[in-house]
Design a protein around this ligand. Structure first.
Ligand SMILES: Cc1ncc(COP(=O)(O)O)c(C=O)c1O
Length: 351
């Protein structure tokens, strides 16, 4: 892993913030140029814990992810951006993505002037493992090698997830870092790739509080990786990247474990129920099996469907321009009444 890190990052002397140098409890804090006056009455006048220690301890207790293997990001998007910056030299290195997939991998690479290579998913949305091997750093000579490969599982927008055995095979054959984005994993029965991080130092898993945990507005993501990479991520991320209210919100949420599981189970049941219902619609040609909290479906005319629904105040995601997703729409599994409303409106559309 160390060999893959950019030299400037290896040699970085990280910014040391006031709260890095003192982490106990004191009576007077005059070390960080904060305002002594707490207008909010909630302690927002103080900088937050840069290491999100209390949150990571609760993540260890509730999710079984050891504190030494986690870093909290300002959403997993921040972690994606930082991973590219840690490993990829602008205008030199490249990453591998497997479209159709989450669009941010390419956007962050473009911003960082890092080349993006694509390995299209097969028609069944699974990975072509033989083709994947061609992008390994182990095959450096052919100029195809990539420093990072992003695997989104369950995948956005398809909903398909990859088996842990496939991910393990990929980690063995790929000389670069394999980033498994598990933003939707709580909605799936598949084994999490976090079970592999101690065995394969080139595996990094990203998780988020934005989906199953219902905290998209708070911006809290988790990187799970070797402790060595966690140290590097800590030195690259903005020191106070996750605000105090967001850390608090995530901590409060972890106390609601039973409620979260109950709602998650409801979403999964509803997803499978609407999988069958949407299939009966005249305007829907195919609904893809999903391990996430959304359904992708091929329709007769996604542009028209989206604009008709929009005129009725319903927003779904048109994926028409995404490769392999011509005329597809992605519909999030909302509440019972939201799902019923979109289903009913779609059943009345005549194309
Ligand atoms: C696959 C995937 N990864 C990451 C994210 C971003 O998550 P966060 O809100 O934690 O930045 C999304 C958001 O939709 C996503 O679909």
């Amino acid at each position: 892993m160390k060999d893959l890190i950019r030299d400037n990052i290896k040699n970085l002397i990280p910014y040391s913030c006031a709260r890095d140098e003192f982490s106990g409890v004191a009576e007077v804090y005059l070390d960080a140029n904060e305002n002594y006056y707490d207008y909010s009455g909630k302690g927002y006048n103080r900088y937050p814990d840069p290491h999100c220690m209390e949150l990571r301890e609760q993540i260890q207790n509730k999710m079984g992810l050891p504190t030494i293997n986690t870093v909290i990001g300002n959403g997993s998007d921040e972690l994606i951006d930082n991973l590219i910056r840690i490993f990829c030299e602008p205008n030199k290195d490249s990453i591998l993505i497997m479209p159709p997939t989450y669009g941010a991998y390419k956007v962050f690479s473009d911003i960082n002037a890092v080349e993006v290579k694509s390995l299209l998913l097969k028609e069944d949305f699974l990975i072509d493992l033989e083709e994947f091997k061609k992008f390994s750093i182990i095959n450096k000579e052919d100029g195809n090698s990539c420093k990072l490969a992003f695997i989104c599982s369950p995948n956005n927008p398809t909903g398909e997830s990859q088996d842990i055995s496939v991910i393990e095979d990929m980690a063995k054959s790929f000389g670069g870092m394999l980033i498994i984005d598990e933003a939707y994993a709580e909605f799936s029965d598949k084994v999490s790739a976090t079970s592999l991080i101690n065995k394969y130092p080139n595996i990094v898993v990203l998780k988020t509080f934005s989906k199953c945990y219902g905290l998209a507005g708070a911006r809290v993501g988790i990187m799970v990786s070797s402790s060595e990479l966690c140290s590097v991520m800590n030195s690259v991320k903005a020191p106070y990247n996750v605000g105090f209210p967001s850390q608090r919100a995530a901590l409060d949420l972890l106390k609601k474990h039973d409620e979260i599981i109950r709602e998650r189970d409801e979403v999964v049941i509803r997803r499978d129920e609407y999988f069958t219902k949407f299939l009966t619609l005249e305007i829907v040609e195919k609904v893809y099996k999903s391990d996430a909290n959304f359904l992708l479906m091929k329709t007769k005319d996604s542009n028209k469907i989206c604009s008709i629904l929009q005129s009725k105040g319903i927003i779904i995601r048109n994926r028409n321009k995404v490769i392999h997703c011509e005329n597809c729409v992605r519909i999030t599994i909302g509440s019972k009444s939201e799902c019923e409303r979109v289903y009913k409106e779609m059943s009345e559309i005549v194309l």
